[in-house]
Design a protein around this ligand. Structure first.
Ligand code: NAD
Ligand code: G6P
Ligand code: MN
Length: 440
């Protein structure tokens, strides 16, 4: 089996320790020669990088570990790029959430104006990353998790139309599948899902088990009778528990399909707004939660010189998925994953150039998506509206167009009113001066 050279972009991310741990437990299906951690923030990178050295010294000493803030080192001779950067960091995420909320609109990392603002920041760095990677590693696979993945995927498809080795992925479909599997006491790997939509905007229509039986009706029934909690509820903050609980509300109103949790913001913007606090958002929760926990634990491990006793660093759903996706490509395993791909007829009544999220078999030549066919009017209407928002956001970026930005926000179901959209847009322009192209 080929031993891969990989780089983790955003090596100082809160998710990196879990991904590295997952790499140590998947070496038989994804063999490694060298891991480079790359970040623009030296301090964050050093803590996680030193942790990585200890973890691999103990679990797989043959794998070389490098951490760097030099992209010339990072992108040279790699087979796989795992990308998970956050342009502007948590300081800007906080603004994405709090500015819209202060103006009476949903404030969320990837949905509504927050996702719009984050999108305009991410595109520039992502474009630069792809160009740098192609200069130094022309054949590398680029696996992208950077949010807002829907907008990033669409922008990269427009900027690099000939690219066939960039794959955008989100872990929420698999997170949901794991939780569905636990409801019916089944191994998640036995599931063959049928899923359609855009990233953070989709539905499971069927969830087949290994016998070919569709288990979705049973899963819906259980949720409608007893509510819904994530399988890893003990490790989740309160806001995530509330988010999972909303799946029951969505099923009561729209019983056809099992919805992605992010649809709560688009289907119930008024209710969600009434529950969100402009002074205390998800960023605050992450700062005192995941971020603090991960960095404290890595510092402790570095001080003690061993990671063997760590209960904090474990391979979570996110890390497992990232490594399994890479393994499926590297070894042509053709496993099924829910991924983002250019539509090109997969959902026959949606625009060809939308980046849909669907199930695909994943092998050495990339995703081979399964056809979905025609979708119903309600779903088509919702998705076309959201796609128009995404497309106009990308156009606003590429053309530096204020009007397209205003159109995008006005279309978004979390905003709707054009005067509100203008207020939010003007406040976000002010806050993002350092990061956005000028919108005229
Ligand atoms: P984080 O801020 O802890 O980590 C991001 C890291 O990226 C930081 O250390 C930062 O310094 C670094 N960075 C910023 N700009 C960079 C650049 N241009 N080049 C290299 N590094 C850069 O954030 P996090 O919460 O750990 O999330 C990381 C990213 O992964 C976010 O975009 C998040 O939304 C995304 N994410 C996506 C999924 C998914 O389902 N697609 C799941 C989890 C996380
Ligand atoms: C889910 C989403 C990701 C998101 C992650 C963490 O897994 O699919 O896109 O980045 O949650 O969100 P959080 O609010 O905990 O940082
Ligand atoms: Mn996601």
């Amino acid at each position: 089996m080929k031993k891969n050279n990989i780089v983790l972009v955003g090596g100082g991310s809160t998710w990196t320790p879990g991904i590295l741990k997952a790499m140590t437990t998947h070496l038989d299906e994804f063999a490694l020669n060298r891991i480079v951690l790359y970040d623009i923030n030296e301090k964050r990178q050093e803590v996680i990088g030193e942790f990585a050295k200890i973890l691999f010294k103990e679990e797989a000493p043959e794998v070389e570990i490098v951490y760097t803030t030099d992209k010339e080192v990072a992108y040279k001779d790699v087979d796989f790029v795992f990308c998970q950067m956050r342009t502007g960091g948590f300081d800007m995420r906080e603004k994405d959430e709090k500015i819209p909320l202060s103006l009476g609109v949903i404030g969320q990392e990837t949905c509504g104006p927050g996702g719009f603002a984050y999108g305009l920041r991410s595109i520039r760095d992502m474009e630069e990353m792809v160009k740098d990677v192609r200069r130094l590693s022309p054949d590398a696979w680029i696996l992208n998790y950077t949010n807002p993945a829907a907008i990033v995927a669409l922008a990269l498809d427009k900027l690099f139309p000939k690219e066939d080795k960039i794959l955008n992925i989100c872990d929420q479909p698999v997170n949901l599948l794991r939780s569905f599997a636990s409801l019916i006491d089944l191994d998640v790997n036995k599931f063959e899902p049928v899923y359609f939509g855009l990233n953070h905007f989709g539905w499971f229509t069927h969830i087949y088990d290994e016998t070919g039986k569709d288990r979705a009706p049973e899963i819906k029934e259980i949720i409608l009778n007893g509510g819904f909690r994530p399988v890893d509820a003990e490790q989740r903050d309160q806001s995530w528990l509330e988010t999972y609980a909303m799946v029951e509300d969505m099923l009561i109103d729209f019983p056809d399909y099992l919805p992605n949790t992010y649809l709560q913001y688009y289907l119930y913007p008024e209710y969600k707004l009434s529950k969100l606090d402009p002074e205390w958002t998800r960023t605050d929760e992450v700062r005192i939660g995941r971020e603090q926990k991960v960095f404290e634990e890595c510092r402790r491990i570095v001080e003690n010189g061993t990671a063997r006793d760590s209960k904090v660093v474990h391979n979570d759903a996110h890390g497992d998925m990232m490594v399994e996706v890479a393994a499926s490509i590297a070894n042509n395993l053709r496993k099924t994953f829910v991924v983002m791909v250019r539509n090109d007829g997969i959902v026959s009544n949606l625009p060809d150039d939308s980046m849909v999220e669907v199930a695909a078999s994943l092998g050495a030549n990339g995703p081979a998506p399964y056809a979905v066919g025609e979708i119903g009017t309600f779903y088509k209407g919702l998705i076309e509206n959201q796609y128009a928002f995404e497309r106009l956001t990308v156009k606003a970026y590429m053309e530096g167009s204020y009007t397209k930005a205003l159109q995008a926000l006005t279309l978004n179901r979390t905003v709707v009113d054009a005067k509100k959209a203008r207020k939010v847009l003007d406040a976000l322009i002010e806050a993002n001066k350092e990061y956005w192209p000028e919108l005229k």
